[in-house]
Write a protein of this length. Structure first.
Length: 337
């Protein structure tokens, strides 16, 4: 494992990655945590994080050494209008494969329950694997602050990222109209929402060529099963307004209930573990059934172990899922231009 004897703090304090280091886990100060002074070997042996962090850090350093790699998505003026936009960015991690420019790039969206963004485990290490498979990758750090319509704002972050890549082709060497989305947990919900009327159609952008949700939440209706409209507590309504800009019950009539608005999906490869303790595996199964009904190709892989947050699956039965996802997607269509 790369950097096995380096502490997490030493790695994140490297001046080369100063712009993104505070967002290793966005809105969570790792300096205050036990893992800051632990080596990666210790973190791995004690299973604090289930991902090859060293592999991700190595890839991040190489990108930073190469020049253009960190791209804020909002201007200082826009951040002054809304402080939640500050730090929203794309980290560009290109593949060394000379054929990568002929393929779609991957827009990678880590999870974090809409309060964090876990670049450390679900961003940089996964991007390294997609790079090795021959795909340029953009890791999106999106908005998780604010008190109203957060999901709508996250869709704007997606659009900003894609337009940035389109407008600066001389830097990215990628076709912004050809991309694959991949997201984890809350990020998995966002990459699914992008395929509804709230996503690429609303922003006048092209449809992804494939989507890879990993242990995604997709059905507010499933999460609310057994509850009655009008029984929301004041805190429930506050949470609903933060995410949807409306009550949950109004949101269920809109695109937020993904399985009822799956007709705009491209081919979809879903990965999860049967023992997921945070997001009911039924979310993924409902999505797969909706896609099958709509005639959209879907691959559903449910690992027998791993739980929620297995990230790249290091040391688990889910190890190697990025390769399996890409090979399945490549089997659906020729992705080289």
């Amino acid at each position: 494992m790369a950097f096995e004897n380096k502490t997490l703090g030493e790695l994140l304090d490297d001046p080369r990655i100063r712009p993104i280091a505070p967002d290793a886990i966005r809105k969570r100060d790792l300096r205050d945590e036990e893992t800051w002074n632990m080596t990666l070997g210790e973190i791995h042996s004690q299973q604090f994080f289930t991902s090859d962090i060293g592999r991700g850090m190595e890839r991040l350093y190489a990108a930073a050494d190469s020049g253009s790699w960190y791209f804020p998505l909002y201007s200082e003026e826009e951040c002054a209008e809304d402080s939640a936009r500050r730090g929203v960015n794309v980290v560009w991690l290109p593949s060394a494969d000379p054929e990568a420019a002929k393929k779609p790039f991957v827009l990678l969206v880590p999870g974090g329950g809409f309060v964090n963004v876990w670049n450390l485990t679900e961003g940089w290490p996964i991007a390294a694997q997609f790079n090795e498979l021959g795909y340029h990758t953009a890791v999106l750090t999106y908005q998780v602050e604010g008190t109203e319509r957060l999901l709508e704002k996250d869709m704007e972050d997606f659009a900003r990222a894609l337009r940035l890549i389109r407008d600066r082709r001389e830097i990215f060497h990628a076709d912004a109209d050809r991309y694959i989305t991949c997201g984890f947990s809350a990020g998995g919900y966002l990459v699914c929402l992008w395929n509804t009327g709230m996503g690429y159609p609303a922003h006048g952008l092209p449809k992804p060529q494939a989507v890879i949700p990993v242990y995604p939440f997709v059905s507010p209706k499933l999460a609310a099963a057994g509850e009655e409209p009008g029984t929301d507590t004041e805190e429930d309504l506050k949470d609903d307004l933060r995410l949807y800009g409306s009550s949950l019950w109004d949101a269920l009539e809109k695109d937020y209930e993904i399985p009822e608005h799956a007709e705009g999906f491209p081919p979809c490869a879903v990965f999860l573990a049967a023992g997921d303790e945070l997001v009911d595996p039924e979310h993924s199964k409902i999505l797969a059934r909706a896609l099958e009904k709509a005639g959209i190709p879907c691959r559903l892989e449910i690992g027998p172990t791993g739980g929620h947050g297995f990230a790249d699956g290091t040391g688990m039965c889910m190890a190697g899922w990025p390769k399996r996802a890409i090979r399945w997607i490549e089997g659906q269509a020729d992705l080289t231009c």
